[in-house]
Design a protein around this ligand. Structure first.
Ligand code: HEC
Length: 119
């Protein structure tokens, strides 16, 4: 799976350039990333964006993340998240995510991907 490969590449880049997990002998699993990404999204994005499979977004104009996952390849999103998402709308605050946050968030977002056909 291409997306999965990308996440791993991103993880390795994060380790190499920031030493995020360098000190720890424990290798976080993909499941851990997804879970942590979900926690991150709940905390920072959930008051506006739907995080689940069928729930509507709390903010009427914010696209549910299952749709964002469908619309944007995570490659593009990683860049946007690192530089700060600028949606160009007053309701959407500008976020600049740390590399480890991006990695987890995208793992979570990718986990939404395969289910998008069921809407
Ligand atoms: C205060 C409400 C709010 C919060 C919090 C919020 N967003 Fe949004 N977001 C919006 C709205 C509203 C839009 C739709 C803007 C538009 O009309 O295109 C949006 C759009 C987006 C888009 C799509 C942009 C596009 O061009 O289609 C992405 C990706 C996104 N948000 C990611 C995030 C992430 C990641 C977080 C958490 C780190 C987050 N948002 C938190 C309100 C919010």
């Amino acid at each position: 799976m291409r997306a999965g490969f990308y996440i791993r590449t991103l993880a390795m880049a994060a380790i190499a350039s920031f030493g995020v997990y360098g000190a720890s002998a424990q290798q976080p699993t993909q499941d851990t990333f997804v879970a942590q990404g979900r926690v991150f999204a709940e905390k920072n994005c959930g008051r506006c964006h739907a995080l689940g499979d069928i729930d509507p977004s709390p903010h009427p104009k914010a696209p549910p993340f299952r749709r964002v996952a469908e619309r944007y390849p995570s490659e593009n999103l990683a860049e946007a998240l690192a530089e700060g998402i600028v949606a160009g709308h007053p309701d959407m605050p500008v976020f600049v995510l740390r590399p480890d946050e991006i990695e987890k968030f995208l793992a979570f977002l990718d986990s939404l991907g395969p289910k998008t056909g069921e809407r």
